[in-house]
Design a protein around this ligand. Sequence first.
Ligand code: PHE
Length: 342
Amino acid sequence: MLDEITQLRQRAEKELEAAGSPAALDEWQARYLSRKGEVKLLLKSIGRISDPEAKKAVGREVNLLSRDLEERLEARRAGIREEERARRLEAEKIDISLPSARVARGRLHPVNRVLREICAIFQGMGFQIFESPHVETDEYNFQLLNFPKHHPAREMQDSFFISEDLLLRTHTSPGQIHAMRACAPEPLRALLPGTCYRNEAITPRSEIQFHQIEGLAVGPGVSLADLKGVLTEFVHQFFGPDRKVLMRGSYFPFTEPSVEVDVECILCGGAGCRLCKGSGWLEILGAGSVHPTVLRNGGYDPEEFTGFAFGLGIERIVMLRHAIDDIRHFFSGDLRFLEQFA
Ligand code: PHE
């Protein structure tokens, strides 16, 4: 009988070692440890032993066997769970030593960066941003700005007409009328940034689309001195605190008097160089006192209100700042160009 127990133990242990899955373990458990399993059968057969001493000895052995096998089963289950876990970890392994896929991050176009920078400077002086349409009527783009039909000053702004009366705006100045009509008769300080379009030959210096920022201030007693103060402050913040500003007489139909504003050359500091063509000055914008007719068209009484306006070309300023020699880069979509402005 004791031999039988030893054999059973050996067989059971060997099979347990061989059982490699939870299902095989269940099967093994049913075979040996269930109510009809071999260990139970063995236990029942003890009844047939007549010698009480032998019965006791065999009983103890069988109980020992039962307990051992239970323990081994638990250990084997834990082992298989561990093996299973290790296998899964191996299968799902992520190699964190590999560099991750680079996410290509976009950035603002250099024109938009400068546009925003300039807007922020004027916002700091109380100018409020307005938007106005890119497609304008002849009336807004020209007539209300004191360019009647066939006025020779229209020659300066060759336009893309969509119909007899509709065109792509050639400057941001029609925004002056929109802003005035929205605000009159209250005083206003408006900033109108955006794209403009002109029928130009495309060359390193001219494009058919470009950006301007229009500035407009209207109020009782607003003068050319205010314009000079505001623009000087802008130049100092944008180009540097020591830059001199020069106002030269000019002509625009919608300002009177009209000026062109230069900043001391940022390359040579005024001595004269290739960039400023020896003059020491770089032109950055057109400006002037708002023409009384334009004030009236905007809804203000020119006896009571005066104003100043300026129009700043953005591409030219970006080109000056970054020493870019060809305006066509801005709209080429060439990443080699754009990525230089991180
Ligand atoms: N609109 C003018 C241009 O595009 C610039 C300008 C704006 C001049 C405002 C005077 C006042 O050339």
